[in-house]
Ligand binder design. Structure first.
Ligand SMILES: [Zn+2]
Length: 168
C-alpha cells in the first residue's frame, strides 16, 4: 500500500471508508484508492498457430505467454496492445477482434484488468524484445506445457477449442 499522499506528501493513515480499509491523507483528505491496472494482450494468430514469447522477466520467468503489458497513461488500450506486441515480438500487428476481458490476480506486481485482442502480423521481423528470451509460433494443438499466467492458459484453451467465454 502507498505510504505517502501523492497530492501533499503527508503520511497516509488507514481508515475504514466505504466498508474497506483505505489509505487516507489526514492533511488534505485525499483517498489513495487502489485499483487494478489496465493491461493489453494480443493473441497473434496465423491459421491455427499463435505467437508466444518465453518470458525473460519475473513473474513466470522462463514460461511462455502472450505478448502483453500495461497501458500507458496517454495511449488507448488498442495502441498499448499493438505497442506491446511490437516490443516483445518485433512484429507489427493489426488487431482483428476483442477476444476477452479478464481480471489478473496471479501477478505479484499488481492486479490488472487484462484486455485480450486477436491480431495478425502485417509486417516486421520476428525478434524477441528485452522482456522475452524467445518468441515463436506454436500450434494451438501442441501448446507448450509451461504457460505462466492462468489467464494466458484460459485464452489459449478457448482459442484451441473455440469455446465461448465462461462467466465465472
Ligand atoms: Zn494529502
Amino acid at each position: 500500500m502507498r505510504r505517502h499522499c501523492q497530492a501533499c506528501g503527508a503520511a497516509l493513515e488507514e481508515r475504514e471508508l466505504e466498508g474497506r480499509l483505505r489509505a487516507v491523507c489526514p492533511a488534505c483528505g485525499r483517498v489513495a484508492y487502489q485499483n487494478p491496472v489496465p493491461a493489453a494482450a494480443v493473441a497473434v494468430l496465423d491459421g491455427r498457430r499463435v505467437l508466444l514469447g518465453r518470458r525473460a522477466i519475473d513473474p513466470h520467468r522462463g514460461a511462455w505467454g502472450l505478448p502483453a503489458g500495461y497501458q500507458e497513461v496517454d495511449e488507448s488500450i488498442e495502441t498499448a496492445a499493438v505497442r506491446e506486441a511490437r516490443e516483445e515480438t518485433g512484429l507489427i500487428v493489426q488487431l482483428t477482434g476483442l477476444f476477452d476481458v479478464l481480471t489478473t490476480t496471479d501477478d505479484p506486481r499488481k492486479p490488472s484488468l487484462l484486455v485480450v485482442f486477436t491480431g495478425r502480423a502485417v509486417d516486421g521481423d520476428l525478434e524477441p524484445g528485452s522482456d522475452c528470451a524467445e518468441v515463436a509460433w506454436h500450434d494451438l494443438d501442441h501448446l507448450p506445457d509451461d504457460v505462466g499466467f492462468r489467464n494466458d492458459r484460459r485464452v489459449l484453451e478457448r482459442l484451441r477449442t473455440g469455446a465461448d467465454k465462461a462467466f465465472s
